[in-house]
Design a protein around this ligand. Structure first.
Ligand SMILES: [Zn+2]
Ligand SMILES: [Zn+2]
Length: 745
């Protein structure tokens, strides 16, 4: 074994993105491996570090190399292939390797705070024959003790002390006495913490695939058998049976003795998907997501590592799951924004999946009803293999969509937020005892409070964002930092009492609907009603049972709930996202409308979708109303090319933040000046300028957006930036580099 180990220490500071050499003491030499957590001296401190390599010669003078003090985790937390992936992420996203490692590995494992859960169990300490004699003796003198022994004799297994006492109808003191006398003994067993999963009896067996499904399954299994790295874009309309395809190809993966990772955007919103996997594969499934307790996550992670579970299903960070002999990665709803991490490292799970697939030479399947513009473009260019499921299963038809021009409604004298058509559709649906989904992309009661005399809008004191009025809580709240305040009686600027709320949110829609349809049971699903653990499930279960007539909600209701009794889907206003100043707003509008529309028309009920808008002519709304992905893509890709945005440009957004407005400005200008030296490599620089959200959580924000035609040149410039500029920048201004940003506000 090598004499020196390369260690990355757990101190994420600029300049520390490098490895340090330590001597492996004789006694540890046989046991030290890549991926272990060790304790090492660092300056005057002792810190944790990860072993990332070995060397025969140290990088510095051998006499100055210090010793590894101890090994904290005997079992490595990652292997060499995973390390390669983590290093790639750090390099691509310009992050620190230590940060990437800690993103990939469950917290409890690194800190050692969470361990195996051990429980003491009690067993008989004498042969059955002797115990039986003892029971006879004790029966009169100590009947309770006799009963405890009798239970253990009959069940032939062990129980915890409290369980045993409970079963015998006695106190734990009685059990203790038997233990003291040596009739019982303690054994320690590891108890596994498992999240509770529900099964769905209908899907325990594979369905016979449709012709289209069979073709798709054949293509993917071919690649699984070859063990080749192919990227498939599976474009299947809502209700086309993508999940069944996933299940059947995973079956093949398992039969080949391999494992799989399935990523879903947000696990609490896709309970159906998890249920299906669990029903088909049972304990082979391990679920990884942030709603699990640390202990549960630790145990699920270890089940995968041991090979006791071979399918990992989870949100973004499940891409790092330690599946043994990984044979396939599936990303469902690949267009979803939640796959991108909103903080350093700003990685996108899709890019990481593609890289992991490449390192391991295995296929990656990207599934969506509305693929991202980038992915569809790559499919057209032949980098991804395009697979299509163009029709719904069971001959279900995609529902007809009607667009309502709300300007016309106003002209007709209808000042309500509900068009006549939508109101009538809801009425009919309720009369037939069917269900309605109402979608609005804004929570709260009103968007903002405005003074009608001076035009002042009440904003958050920490952010450059108007406060939203929440009627239930009767306060104003910031949707970015959660700051709340009372609703003032007078305008804080001019003192006028003519201040009132404008715009509508889900809370207001719920209230108005219950006024218009007093007999209907109306429920609401948004961030405000789902903060408590399990509340998503409760709302959806109520809908599934048919106890809810109308469900009002934000995009949470747009995802994967296949409830056949929903016959009307209404969109209150399609314009909320379209009006966000971002080049992806048309794409998001199209995706969201298509997803929402896909929630109806399942089963034997004919569905109907009504979209209300002030911009009925916009191509994203028109295309969504025709379920026409290609039509949307053709318009959108032309604009992207003309305006030089992805997939034609490689974007980077650098946000400069700090508590002092002037130092943020100075910092941003310094950065702009530095980048000017590289202007011949950069195709376009936007800024430095104040970010659209100029203040967030008390910090001022400026930004610079860089556009590159060539990926290699971007990497060159960003590396120069890291090496020559960022390391010197100290003080209260922070520079955040977001590579391939999804949000630029
Ligand atoms: Zn005022
Ligand atoms: Zn705020």
């Amino acid at each position: 074994m090598a004499r020196y180990a390369r260690i990355i220490v757990d101190i994420p500071v600029a300049g520390l993105n490098q490895v340090y050499d330590y001597t492996v003491p004789e006694g540890l030499r046989e046991r030290t491996r890549i991926g272990q957590v060790v304790t090492v001296p660092f300056g005057r401190r002792r810190v944790n570090g990860f072993v990332v390599g070995f060397a025969e010669k140290p990088q510095i003078e051998a006499g100055r190399v210090k010793d590894i003090l101890k090994i904290n985790t005997e079992e490595p937390l990652f292997d060499e292939e995973m390390l390669k992936l983590l290093k790639w992420i750090a390099a691509y996203y310009k992050s620190y390797l230590i940060k990437v490692i800690k993103t990939a590995i469950p917290t409890g494992l690194v800190s050692g705070r969470v361990g195996k859960k051990r429980i003491g169990y009690l067993k008989l300490n004498q042969p059955a024959e002797k115990t039986r004699e003892l029971v006879k003796k004790l029966k009169k003198r100590a009947p309770k003790q006799a009963r405890v022994l009798q239970i253990l004799l009959e069940s032939k297994r062990s129980y915890s002390k409290s369980k045993l006492a409970e079963m015998a109808g006695t106190s734990s003191g009685t059990v203790s006495r038997l233990l003291e006398k040596g009739y019982l003994k303690y054994v320690e067993e590891v108890e596994e913490r498992r999240p509770v999963l529900e099964k769905d009896e209908l899907v325990t067996r594979p369905f016979k695939p449709t012709a289209a499904q069979a073709g798709v399954i054949r293509a993917i299994s071919g690649s699984i058998k070859e063990g080749s790295h192919k990227i498939f874009l599976l474009h299947g309309v809502t209700g086309s049976g993508k999940t069944e395809v996933y299940l059947q190809v995973i079956e093949e993966v398992l039969q080949a003795g391999k494992g799989a990772i399935v990523l879903v955007p947000e696990i609490s919103l896709t309970p159906l998907m998890v249920r299906r996997f669990y029903s088909r594969f049972g304990d082979e499934v391990a679920v990884l997501h942030s709603n699990l307790s640390l202990g549960e996550r630790y145990d699920e992670w270890r089940r995968l590592k041991r090979g006791d579970a071979r399918i990992a299903i989870g949100a973004r960070s499940a891409i790092f799951a330690p599946v043994n002999n990984l044979g396939l990665i599936i990303l469902d709803e690949e267009h979803e924004n939640s796959y991108k991490q909103g903080e350093n490292p700003y990685y996108h799970a899709r890019e990481v999946a593609l890289k992991r697939g490449k390192i391991l030479e295995i296929p990656v399947v990207l599934g969506s009803a509305t693929p991202s513009v980038e992915s569809f473009y790559w499919a057209k260019r032949g980098r991804f293999h395009y697979l299509e499921l163009p029709e719904r299963i069971n001959q279900d038809k995609l529902p007809p969509v009607k667009i309502i021009d709300m300007r016309e409604e106003l002209k007709k004298g209808n000042t309500s937020f509900l068009s006549h058509d939508l109101e009538r559709a809801i009425e009919d649906s309720l009369a037939r005892d069917e269900q309605v989904l109402i979608f609005l992309n804004r929570r709260g009661y009103a968007n903002f409070i405005l003074c009608r005399e001076c035009g002042h809008v009440i904003k958050c004191q920490n952010c450059d964002i108007s406060l939203t009025y929440h009627a239930g809580a009767n306060h104003l709240r910031c949707h970015y930092c959660d700051f709340t305040r009372k609703v003032p009686k007078n305008c804080p600027q001019c003192g006028s009492k003519y201040i009132r709320e404008f715009g509508i949110g889900t809370e207001r829609v719920e209230e108005e609907l219950s006024r218009i349809f007093p007999g209907a049971v109306i429920d609401r699903m948004d961030v405000d009603t789902t903060t408590r653990k399990g509340s998503h499930r409760k709302i959806l279960a109520k809908l599934e049972r048919g106890d809810t007539d109308i469900l009002v909600g934000t995009q949470m209701i747009a995802k994967g709930h296949d409830y056949p009794n929903i016959s009307v889907v209404g969109v209150i206003t399609a314009d909320t996202i379209l009006n966000i100043p971002d080049f992806r707003s048309a794409e998001r509008t199209f995706q969201l409308l298509t997803q929402v529309a896909g929630r109806t028309g399942r089963g034997d009920k004919a569905g109907k979708v009504i979209i209300q808008t002030y911009t009925p002519g916009h191509y994203s709304i028109l295309a969504a109303s025709r379920h026409d992905y290609t039509g949307f893509f053709q318009q959108e890709i032309k604009l992207r090319e003309k305006l030089f945005y992805p997939p034609f440009a490689w974007l980077t957004n650098i946000v400069v933040q700090g508590y002092e407005e002037s130092s943020v400005m100075v910092g941003a200008q310094k950065l702009g000046k530095f980048l000017q030296q590289y202007h011949k490599y950069i195709d376009e620089i936007l800024g430095p300028s104040p970010a659209p959200i100029n203040k967030l959580r008390k910090r001022f924000r400026w930004q610079l957006i860089l556009k590159f035609r060539d990926w290699n040149l971007r990497n060159f410039v960003l590396t120069e930036l890291e090496k020559r500029f960022l390391i010197e920048q100290q003080g209260d201004v922070v520079f955040n580099i977001d590579v391939d940003p999804l949000k630029m506000l």
